[in-house]
Design a protein around this ligand. Structure first.
Ligand SMILES: Cc1cc2nc3c(=O)[nH]c(=O)nc-3n(C[C@H](O)[C@H](O)[C@H](O)COP(=O)(O)OP(=O)(O)OC[C@H]3O[C@@H](n4cnc5c(N)ncnc54)[C@H](O)[C@@H]3O)c2cc1C
Length: 400
């Protein structure tokens, strides 16, 4: 088995290469084969673009455009909807950041409660004796990737058969997935548990697993029922936080984080940028693998940004006020601009910068991509309502 960073080289060129090979298959072939998990070393119907989309080495808009070069929007409907599930989860959490904070608190409490538990170790190390589940636990740790259906089966067995806390399952995924994402991961686990769509759970069955693993696994003894978990009511959604889409109007430092590693698609080459700082902070990653992926991807971005904007690019492994102020001072700028970071550790680190930067007479502006500005407000209700608004959104983005 290849090392994860060999299987998923952390560069934009590798992402474009993968997209180029996948795009012709994003229509009927994806639709027919996307639910089948043929196993880690077998060719399958899905794109495996998620680590690249997660860090925005490629964007949802360019994936969509490339797919639409090969297929009509109808023929690629299923694939485009999956890409937009990611956008939906992002927008949903952006309006309900309390759900992420609740996850963090609950995870801390459950970590204490389950510290040293053999059941937990058996589940994470693939020693439960449950066919499939044990294989996926090991596959996740070895490869940093699981097929979507395997993620659903795994989460369902974790919660309803093994009766382990969902937050620790979500934590296990965050520590090992290359595409580890606060929104897609937390909300998908909540969805399986019956917390996201109230009362609606996902039950993994032997027949479904046998069918969609082509008979590789047919686990016995799975929970026959999935009673939804309960939680206190959520707070009311907040309006989307402000962000801008103006270009820099004075000499500005471009601050790039692991949340968005393709700034060349946000600002023109002649934008008023004096220097760039790429902050790829390993402390803001739950897992060593996703941290290593982002760190190497940041190196790739540094080279591209220097070339594209013709500016000096510094790198730091700490996203903190001192690092940012040092580079801003050296570049003689008072304004810093950064791609908007959605709810998660990077967003929290960025918001902690605002006060010390203001005290030093500097301002931090956030820049939201037009894709997010278009679609996030549509994530105010369920996915069905969001889905209805996809065609209009794609038209506004000039994609259809
Ligand atoms: C319990 C659970 C946890 C998950 N955790 C994550 C996570 O941490 N990070 C993450 O990126 N995805 C997560 N997903 C969603 C999904 O499993 C992965 O995005 C998908 O498997 C990635 O593989 P792919 O690129 O081959 O997908 P494809 O099928 O080729 O889809 C193309 C793209 O669409 C997006 N996408 C596809 N399916 C989904 C989905 N169900 N939800 C959101 N976006 C989707 C991804 O960006 C993906 O790269 C999770 C799903 C479950 C059930």
């Amino acid at each position: 088995m290849l090392h994860p960073l060999t299987a998923f080289p952390p560069t934009r060129a590798a992402a474009l290469d993968r997209l180029g090979r996948f795009a012709p298959k994003a229509g009927g072939a994806y639709d027919a084969g996307r639910n089948t998990d043929p196993g880690p070393d077998q060719p399958g119907a899905v794109s495996k673009l998620s680590p690249y989309l997660r860090r925005r080495l490629i964007t949802e808009a360019e994936v969509t455009a490339r797919v639409l070069d090969h297929h009509s929007a109808q023929a690629a409907e299923k694939f485009l909807q999956e890409v937009l599930w990611r956008t939906y989860w992002k927008g949903w959490l952006e309006m309900r950041p309390g759900v992420w904070n609740r996850f963090l608190q609950e995870r801390a409490a459950q970590r204490d409660r389950w510290a040293g538990s053999m059941d937990m170790q058996d589940a994470e190390q693939g020693r439960t004796g449950i066919e499939g589940f044990d294989d996926w636990a090991r596959e996740l740790v070895a490869t940093g990737y699981l097929h979507n259906h395997a993620r659903m089966w795994f989460a369902s067995i974790w919660i309803f058969t093994l009766r382990l806390p969902w937050v620790l399952g979500a934590d296990f995924f965050l520590r090992h997935l290359l595409d580890a994402d606060p929104a897609s991961n937390t909300l998908s686990w909540r969805w399986v548990a019956g917390l996201q769509t109230r009362g609606k759970t996902y039950l993994a069955t032997t027949e479904n697993i046998a069918r969609y693993t082509k008979g590789r696994f047919a686990p016995a003894g799975l929970a026959p029922m999935a009673e939804p978990l309960m939680e206190p009511p959520l707070e009311a959604p907040r309006p989307l936080p402000d962000a801008e889409s103006r270009m820099p109007d004075e000499p500005t430092l471009l601050l790039i984080t692991d949340e968005d590693l393709y700034p060349e698609s946000m600002f023109p080459a002649r934008a008023n940028l004096s220097a760039a700082l790429i902050a790829s902070d390993p402390h803001l990653h739950e897992g060593a693998l996703s941290g290593a992926f982002a760190g190497q991807a940041a190196e790739d971005t540094a080279a591209r940004v220097a070339d594209y904007f013709g500016i000096e690019v510094q790198r730091t492994a700490r996203l903190d006020a001192d690092s940012v102020m040092r580079v801003a001072d050296a570049a003689h700028v008072r304004q810093i601009i950064t791609p908007y970071a959605p709810v998660g550790p990077v967003a929290s680190a960025l918001s902690a910068l605002t006060a010390p930067l203001a005290a030093a007479g500097m301002s931090l502006r956030t820049h939201r991509r037009s894709w997010d500005a278009q679609f996030w407000p549509c994530a105010d209700k369920g996915f069905f309502s969001f889905k209805e608004r996809i065609p209009a959104g794609l038209r506004t983005c000039g994609l259809i």
